[in-house]
Design a protein around this ligand. Structure first.
Ligand SMILES: Nc1ncnc2c1ncn2[C@@H]1O[C@H](COP(=O)(O)OP(=O)(O)O)[C@@H](O)[C@H]1O
Ligand SMILES: [Mg+2]
Length: 610
């Protein structure tokens, strides 16, 4: 789009930005525009009052359009019951000036409000779009891009919006000045207008430069944010590999790139500012020369001329500058708007807000369920049919990549099957029921996310408003009560980033308590003990055994020791269900898949071959 010269440099995104302005911040923008207009009118009054002022001060108005103008201003004053004496005119002049200053301050705070409001609107819209997007889409995105769009880029969009409003209202003010200037001298006004038009048109290349500068800033920010986010969440890894220095160097390079982008753009802006001021000053000098030498303007007209054209030219220069500022911020709008559009296009069908959580009475059923992460990609699950009866423990085993976690995500409603159905008590787990289902289930993944908050807050996150006794009961059931009591502060101990103050096994037990405090309809454990030592695993296994028959459990693991106590075991292989039955029956089946897994893990009875 750029370079070809087809679209002006400010065009990509501008229309969208203006539509956003109209729909989302229409009222504040209109308020701002009317304030600017009022200011322009008052400034006009100020300028008009200069005419009788100059005459009262004894300056020669030099005929032309000014004498009648002075007369009409005088007439206007008289209409308000004021004699046009020096005192009266000065009083009105000062009042108008103070009015302009007052409006200016109201304008400044309205403008700040507009910008703050727009930033908030942009963030809320984008966040809503992100949180409603399908998981298959979000799982592929770099989370730092989302964070960047929600923070720095949203601020830049608001500032682009601010400039857009300023440009619009600035143009109106310039028009008011132009109308007045036309009254003083049509010829000089035409010359000024030509000069202003030249300024605006000659700046096309600079606009392009500003836009490219803005694009570079967006790219540099994205690279820096991406690396920084990843780096900060892997500090331990960097330390452990002795790579901290290298990471620091990388970081410095990326930060320098952001800084260079920022100062490059500022230089473009500063260059433009100088050019604008140089051109307007020179043009004003020429104008005065022509006025005196060619039109033999009197002293009064000259003073007025300097005032009027000086302001007009500065307005025109300022307008051009603001167009350029906006061009530099527009790439942020492109980035934010694109992201929001992508999220909306990948929006998940939403059902009604959940009433009471769904309670599982009979069980779940997978009916010929297939799932592909990408439309043309391989199937992660293929034609899987199985039951997860209520109040039973169902196990799914298989080697890594067999599709176990995909099955879990389908059971929790995070994913929808590409084919087949997932049923809860006989009814399909569709968008209408998903929220209520998810409100009532608990999950413990392999690497649970604990929030940087107290134990209490981490538990209440799953069950807001749960009484203290329930928290303790859940902790006891997860074999974590003694652990929490031993922490300084007990339930009010802060767990650190992602629970970094705890060992892996301890974290897992708190995560289990968090799932249990909901009294979940379905408790899902996806490799929850895979990375734990055997003692920690045994503690959790014992905690789960105590729930056996009271809660519906879906236990997923590649390690067979984890699923020994299950009522039924299903074996997944390459996304297909290859074997189902009780653990003992499958283990005893000659040539069976579970038996082969057991042999590979060295847990077959001695002497028994696969
Ligand atoms: N977010 C994802 N995007 C694309 N493919 C995925 C994603 N998650 C898993 N897969 C693919 O789906 C298949 C099954 O993965 P998964 O269900 O995680 O297996 P398991 O939990 O048994 O190790 C694998 O081939 C894996 O590469
Ligand atoms: Mg997995």
């Amino acid at each position: 789009m750029r370079g070809g010269g087809a679209a002006p440099p400010w065009e990509p995104g501008l229309r969208g930005l203006l539509r956003f302005a109209r729909l989302e911040v229409g009222r504040p923008a209109a308020t701002l525009a009317s304030l600017t207009l009022a200011m322009a009118c008052l400034e006009g009054v100020e300028l008009l009052l200069l005419v009788p002022l100059l005459r009262l001060a004894g300056l020669d108005l030099g005929g032309g359009g000014l004498d009648p103008l002075a007369e009409s201003v005088g007439g206007l004053l008289r209409a308000f019951g004021l004699e046009p004496t020096l005192g009266a005119v000065l009083a009105v002049f000062a009042a108008a000036g103070i009015g302009v200053a007052l409006l200016g301050s109201v304008h400044a705070s309205a403008s700040a409000r507009l910008q703050a409001g727009a930033t908030a609107r942009i963030r809320k819209r984008l966040y809503a779009a992100v949180s409603r997007a399908r998981w298959t889409f979000l799982a592929r995105r770099r989370s730092s891009d989302l964070a960047l769009a929600l923070t720095a880029e949203a601020d830049r969009v608001a500032s682009a919006l601010h400039f857009a409003v300023e440009i619009g209202t600035g143009a109106v003010v310039a028009a008011v000045y132009l109308a007045m200037a036309l009254r003083v001298s049509p010829a000089l006004t035409a010359a000024t207008a030509a000069c202003a038009a030249f300024l605006l048109l000659a700046a096309r290349r600079r606009l392009l430069a500003a836009r490219e500068g803005g694009e570079e800033i967006s790219l540099a920010l994205a690279a820096w944010y991406g690396e920084m986010t990843e780096h900060l969440s892997s500090l331990r890894l960097h330390r452990a590999f002795g790579n901290a220095d290298r990471a620091e160097e990388r970081f410095d390079v990326l930060v320098d790139r952001v800084a260079a982008g920022g100062s490059g753009l500022s230089e473009t802006h500063a260059g433009t500012r100088f050019r604008n001021e140089a051109v307007t000053t020179a043009a004003l000098a020429v104008l005065v020369w022509v006025a005196v030498e060619v039109f033999s303007l009197g002293a009064g007209s000259l003073v007025l001329l300097l005032f009027l054209y000086g302001r007009l030219m500065r307005r025109a220069g300022g307008l051009q500058q603001q167009v350029q500022y906006m061009a530099g911020e527009l790439p942020a709008w492109d980035a934010v708007a694109r992201l929001e559009a992508e999220c909306r296009a990948e929006g998940e069908e939403r059902g009604p807000p959940p009433g009471a959580p769904l309670v599982l009475r009979e069980g779940m059923r997978f009916e010929g369920v297939s799932f592909r992460w990408r439309e043309e990609g391989p199937a992660a699950l293929e034609g899987v049919t199985l039951e997860i009866p209520a109040a039973r423990t169902t196990a799914v085993v298989g080697v890594s990549g067999a599709g176990k976690s995909t099955l879990v995500d389908l059971a929790t409603g995070l994913l929808r099957p590409s084919a087949g159905r997932v049923l809860v008590d006989g009814a399909e787990l569709d968008p209408a029921r998903r929220a209520a289902w998810q409100a009532g289930i608990g999950a413990v993944p392999q690497d649970p996310f604990l929030f940087h908050d107290t134990v209490r807050a981490n538990l209440l996150w799953a069950a807001p408003g749960a009484p203290e006794a329930d928290l303790e009961e859940a902790l006891r059931a997860a074999d974590a009560l003694d652990l929490v009591r031993s922490l300084p502060g007990g339930l009010d101990a802060v767990l650190g980033d992602r629970g970094s103050t705890l060992s892996g096994g301890e974290r897992q037990r708190i995560a289990l308590a968090r799932a249990l405090v909901r009294r979940p309809s379905l408790l899902v454990l996806d490799e929850a003990t895979s990375s734990l030592d055997s003692e920690s695993e045994e503690r959790i296994r014992a905690a789960l055994a105590a729930l056996h028959g009271r809660a519906t459990l879906l236990v997923v693991a590649h390690r067979l020791s984890t699923v020994r106590g299950a009522d039924a075991v299903h074996v997944l292989e390459g996304g297909r269900l290859v074997e189902s039955g009780s653990f003992e029956a499958l283990l005893a089946r000659p040539g069976g898949r579970l038996r082969a897994l057991a042999a590979a893990q060295g847990i077959l009875p001695p002497g028994a071959g696969p």
